[in-house]
Ligand binder design. Structure first.
Ligand SMILES: [Zn+2]
Length: 169
């Protein structure tokens, strides 16, 4: 199934009656494991149909795509406080999940959000392996010494979000 077909199918199912759509989507979800994009589209549709009820479970799932969807959909605050699940996801081992959580935390625009962003921005990065060429790089390197590709960097996103928040306040 192409990415576009998967997106159209999920969109169509998300407006179908939930009793029809939810079982179909939940059945398809594990089989979409090979494509992160497809699985993400299906997970967003399931979350929407179930009023975001699965998100708390997904936030602590072993599956990085489900954690990504949780990071994208969880409310930035709960009872007036920064969402603790989102804070946890800003330190996710998967950089894409962490970046999505950093953006959601920034949406809260509260002093607690700024504090959380500062701590992510200051976190030291471990040595990393380039996904493009496989070269090892030191934590201080912004881009790969070998192929110059810059990997996703949650600390950098946190710094950008902080700059935006400080300009506006
Ligand atoms: Zn590289």
């Amino acid at each position: 199934m192409g990415k576009r077909t998967a997106a159209i199918a999920a969109a169509a199912l998300s407006v179908a009656p939930p009793d029809i759509a939810i079982p179909l989507l939940e059945d398809a979800l594990p089989r979409l494991e090979s494509s992160r994009d497809h699985q993400r589209v299906a997970a967003h549709a399931i979350a929407r149909l179930k009023d975001d009820e699965p998100l708390t479970e997904w936030a602590i799932s072993d599956n990085p795509t489900l954690r990504l969807v949780a990071a994208e959909r969880l409310p930035d605050t709960v009872g007036g406080k920064l969402n603790p699940l989102l804070c946890q996801l800003t330190r996710d081992t998967d950089s894409y999940v962490a970046i999505a959580a950093v953006r959601s935390v920034a949406d809260a625009r509260t002093p607690a959000a700024v504090e959380q962003l500062r701590s992510v921005a200051a976190a030291r990065r471990e040595e990393w392996t380039c996904l493009h060429c496989g070269s090892p790089n030191p934590g201080t390197a912004d881009h790969c010494a070998e192929c110059h590709i810059a990997p996703p960097n949650p600390a950098k996103t946190a710094r950008e979000m902080l700059a935006e928040l400080t300009v506006r306040s």
